[in-house]
Design a protein around this ligand. Structure first.
Ligand code: SF4
Ligand code: ZN
Length: 372
């Protein structure tokens, strides 16, 4: 069996796995040599049975957490649970690993107030919490942000109800809501389900916008918790989206797979399309992008001044108000575009702002599973 400690190097050096011939019988699992292989790992090309694949996937996440010192023993971990495949897989894997890591888990779900989408996703989170016997707390934008829901924000920003800026607003507010929810349940750490493909998309978006500051800050597996914020990390950051789908498939996880109604408008979709084309030509493109962001550093002259504290809420802020307070301020004054205008006045439209990580709305669960 491949040592998990040499995986990043091996992942980048192996060729893309050959397409299996549907006429050929499935080979033996390369790990246990007992069962028939049920899949070929998308990057490594290794033929594994479902049980050995899930064990390898969990071992790799464990390695990411331990090697990166992401979650120390005794940590109370708030898992940002959206009901989607990534956070479902993350919660399941961490639940499996919790005894070995010495951590305890709390599910925190955010209700953005998106009609026809979030209610069904939250139902999936409630089923997971009940099945896995994990405490669940739901925090709602409407309660936290003076009655603003995402649907109300969309109406206010565009009039059409489906503004291009929705994910920009949502990313900022969602991050704040998750932080509030995590504090409510007494968490010491926050984890989110971003996978390698999500991270590569973010790197590409930052490149396409020429945003060196975000590029340099976007590397690493998380943030240590600057300015009094809880430390955050992304334990699935080195796991490919295909393998997240495979893990959910073989563990028979119940998750919600519909796309958010505002997602088609987001710039992220263009980065996703571009990444898929790049990956077809160069299978290691996703991880190469993630690793390249880890190594980027800003030249001293290009570094922005160190952030201060928001005059209203005390959170980290590069201007007088943090992004969440600036957005809410603009909304309450009926001038939301002031807060999201292009350039240095505010946030860039459609992009994850400095402190925001819009929830990726990945491909539906119907993505083909490379099984034999
Ligand atoms: Fe919010 Fe995600 Fe929907 Fe964008 S796609 S509006 S970030 S839930
Ligand atoms: Zn603030």
């Amino acid at each position: 069996m491949v040592s998990i400690f040499s995986l990043p190097r091996i992942r980048r050096s192996l060729p893309f796995p050959p397409r299996p011939d549907p006429e050929m019988p499935a080979p033996q699992c390369a790990s246990c040599n007992k069962a028939r292989a049920a899949l070929r790992r998308p990057r490594l090309g290794q033929a594994l049975c479902g049980t050995c694949f899930c064990a390898a996937f969990e071992a790799e996440v464990l390695h990411t957490v331990v090697a990166g010192r992401l979650l120390p023993p005794g940590a109370v971990v708030a898992v940002g649970a959206s009901g989607g495949k990534d956070s479902t897989v993350l919660a399941h894997v961490l639940r499996e690993l919790a005894p070995r890591l010495g951590i305890s888990l709390r599910l925190v779900a955010v209700d953005e107030g998106i009609g026809g989408y979030r209610d069904a996703a939250l139902a999936a989170v409630r089923r997971q919490a009940a099945r896995w016997e994990l405490p669940l707390t739901v925090v709602a934008y409407a309660d936290l942000f003076g009655g603003w829901t995402m649907d109300a924000v969309a109406r206010s920003t565009a009039g059409s109800g489906r503004s291009r800026s929705c994910c920009t607003f949502c990313g900022v507010l969602r991050r704040r809501a998750l932080e509030e929810g995590a504090r409510l349940v007494g968490a010491t750490h926050v984890v989110t389900g971003h996978n390698a493909d999500d991270m590569a998309e973010t790197v590409l978006m930052n490149f396409l916008r020429g945003d060196a500051g975000r590029l340099a800050r976007g590397g690493g597996l998380g943030s240590p918790g600057e300015g009094g914020a809880l430390p955050r990390c992304r334990p699935l950051q080195l796991a490919s989206q295909k393998e997240v789908v495979l893990y959910a498939h073989f563990r028979r996880l119940d998750y919600f797979s519909e796309e958010c109604v505002y997602a088609p408008e987001a710039f992220r979709g263009h980065a996703r399309d571009l990444l898929k084309r790049l990956e077809a030509a160069r299978p290691s493109a996703v991880l190469d992008l993630v690793h390249s962001a880890e190594r980027l550093a800003l030249a001293p002259a290009a570094r922005p001044p160190p952030p201060g504290a928001c005059a209203r809420c005390g959170a980290l802020a590069s201007r007088a108000l943090c992004q969440a307070c600036a957005l809410l301020d603009g909304l309450n004054r009926g001038r939301p575009r002031l807060a999201i205008g292009k350039g240095r006045r505010g946030l860039d439209e459609d992009g994850p702002p400095r402190e925001a990580e819009p929830e990726p709305s990945g491909p539906p669960a119907s993505e083909p599973v490379p099984a034999f």
